[in-house]
Write a protein that binds this ligand. Structure first.
Ligand code: DX5
Ligand code: ZN
Length: 217
């Protein structure tokens, strides 16, 4: 399966989001980090802004909801046009019901796990979801250091998915760069979020190509 590169607009210029979405048009999805200052100690953007981004983005949107009560909010991101909606396992009351609702609304359904959250409870439920997001930093901020201790969890997720025969994606998010992406790919990730690595690069399209080449190697 070819690697997907999803730059995170958390590292874009929030006064120039349209320009910065066009800057990543060679990417697979634009990763949009939604934070509510409750689930994580940071606040970014909500539905009104997301709705406008969905209307103008040249690439599909991959919403990462770092918020409390995703059971209530996540379906509205699907309705706003997100191609993929990922909610946190730690915050969801009824993850299977929510995933079914997201799929019914036409979005891919993702479940995100903080570094200390086990993947095992979801391995019997793979048929209900489209993606597992293994956080490789504690969610909340860009520019943090990749946590190597998350690699065994990526491996266990990929092994269970392979054995199931299902087409569930494994996304990694946090500290992904030219130096860490191969480790994540070797462990079994196929979708790579990169914020500071992409938007901090002098040549953004070249950085996306370089990350894709390393992940596919
Ligand atoms: C962190 C966010 C990430 C963030 C990654 O909580 O979920 O998507 O933008 O940023 P980098 O790639 O700089 O670690
Ligand atoms: Zn994210």
């Amino acid at each position: 399966m070819a690697a997907l590169i999803n730059p995170s607009i958390l590292s874009a210029d929030f006064a120039n989001l349209e320009r910065d979405l066009h800057a990543i048009k060679s990417a697979d999805y634009a990763h949009v980090d939604v934070m509510d200052n409750h689930f994580v100690p940071n606040l970014t953007l909500g539905l009104p802004v997301f709705d406008r981004l969905a209307a103008i983005s040249p690439v599909p949107l991959d919403a990462h909801l770092m918020i409390d009560d995703p059971d209530r909010w996540a379906p509205q991101f699907a309705e706003a046009g997100a191609a993929s909606v990922t909610f946190h396992a730690e915050a969801a009351q009824a993850p299977v019901r929510l995933a079914r609702e997201l799929r019914r609304l036409g979005a891919r359904a993702g479940v995100a796990l903080r570094p200390a959250t086990p993947v095992e409870p979801f391995l019997d439920l793979l048929a209900e979801i489209d993606m597992i997001l293994v956080m490789t930093v504690e969610p909340g901020f860009g520019g943090q250091t990749f946590i190597d201790g998350t690699l065994p969890k990526i491996r266990r997720a990929r092994k269970a998915i392979s054995e199931s025969g299902l087409d569930v994606w494994v996304q990694v998010d946090g500290g992904v760069s030219r130096t860490t992406i191969e480790r994540a790919a070797d462990a079994g990730a196929n979708v790579f979020v990169a914020g500071s690595a992409v938007y901090g690069a002098d040549d953004i399209p070249a950085e996306i190509d370089a990350l894709r080449a390393l992940a596919d190697a």
